[in-house]
Ligand binder design. Sequence first.
Ligand code: SAM
Length: 525
Amino acid sequence: MSISTTKNISLTNKEQPSSYADRLGSAYSNTVSQTFKKDNGQFFTPQAIAQFMGSLASIDKKQIDILDPGCGTAILTCALVENLVEQNPNIGVINLVAYEIDANLISLAEKSLSYLKEWLFERGISFKYIICIHDFIIEHYSCLNPPSLNFSGTKQNFDFIISNPPYFKLSKDDSRVKAAQVIIDGQPNVYSIFLAIATRMLKDDGEMIFIIPRSFTSGRYFNSFRNYFFNHVQIDFIHLFGSRKDTFLRDNVLQETLILKAKPKNGKKIESEIIVSTCSGLHDIKQSKQNIYSQKDLIDLDSKEKIIHLPTNTKEEAIIKLFKNWNGSLNQYNIQISTGPIVAFRAEKFIRETPEEETTSLYWIHNITKMEINYPFKKNNKGQYVLICEQTKPYLIPNRNYIFLRRFSAKDDKSRLIAAPYFLLPEASHYIGVENKLNYIYRPKGHLSRTEVMGIAAILNSKLFDTYFRTFNGNVNVSAAEMKAMPMPPLETIKEIGKKLILLNNFSMENVSKVTDDFFELNRL
Ligand SMILES: C[S@@+](CC[C@H](N)C(=O)[O-])C[C@H]1O[C@@H](n2cnc3c(N)ncnc32)[C@H](O)[C@@H]1O
């Protein structure tokens, strides 16, 4: 189908505006390539999700102002308006400002919004809309800065900001990144800038409803963003999808997304509650289950990182509590975690396929599986040896006891944390090499004992730690900073677990899970 044929998609009798917007979106989506969609963050919200998002809003005002940034065919506005009109018979006037950067979509947004206007007219409601064909960030970034510096009195305020913003990483040189420096640490994702701007465009009693990736809930790249976000708004509601595959199935997107609703804090520090709602996918979204948590159990607003923990059931809730009760950390036990210093492409000329007199072992991510190091293990051109010489010595580490931890898991790996114990062999070289996609855990100016190494590797690989990790980390990265901040059980417990495994002489994951579950009485949670 070509773009011009999408213009002929006609209305079916009495269909809902959101259904029409959905059909327009699907038709348009068939005219553009997957690469175009990825580059422009253009994945349209399925009607069931749009309806769910719309149903989160409630208001008793007669006039309502809505903003829909990155509107596509305006399905979210349509679903929001349908829900508001159903709930509130007093609405007389609705105003919308929509932004869309893709000029080819404007005529479709125009079609769905003019149909919405008719639909509202039949219900006695006046509807005015403007579709701005501009970059939403470039138009509004100035509101990110403190009002005293930059903000003019022309601020537009909205009762609702509803959005499924674009998701993609922006390069450092992108003008939008320069414009939004105040919320950026390292490599930003465009959606976080949409969210941050939205926090500044709400009326005091307004609400923002967004569907976004989970990645902002943790990780250092989102630190400044989280700090900014929680300075201005508080989250009331979060919806989680059990299955990544089901959410944007039509567009083949494997992205872990969540829906959030937030409202301005207006300078107040409020002890509030957060509803966490869950469903497995699109098919059961209407039957979502809800739990209410105290905000402080999910986000420590006094912490520097402001990581968001999201339990989806009572077991995960109990696990978050268990971790909160631990006061230990790697740092407190004088244990460090660092990233492997050897960046393969820079060290290429020193890496060897076969051992030579002056080489030592080089460990890569593929050498590490749960509780086991498979070495040497030839894979593609990942040489298993590295030369020891003056140029490489600053990048090699002393041959001691370590725990190696993968820095990334594959999207479909059953577990996010994959760690293996490494024990120094007396006859081995003084140095070893660790490639950059691995973290290594060690005791600076000292040694990790065998029981410590075995205990730490076992707990990191355990179901308990994996479950806890997943409650705050929605992506596949395992950052050293996050591991440093992670609460740890008392060192004595870690050593006892290590000792027990060594005595049993059984390091299978089955046994590791059994031993750790028994220690933390997990079966009782
Ligand atoms: C994830 S899609 C969602 C579309 C629609 N809101 C929906 O829910 O189906 C994001 C939309 O934002 C548009 N977009 C991307 N960057 C933008 C920008 N900087 N300003 C305005 N719109 C943008 C894309 O063209 C795309 O239509």
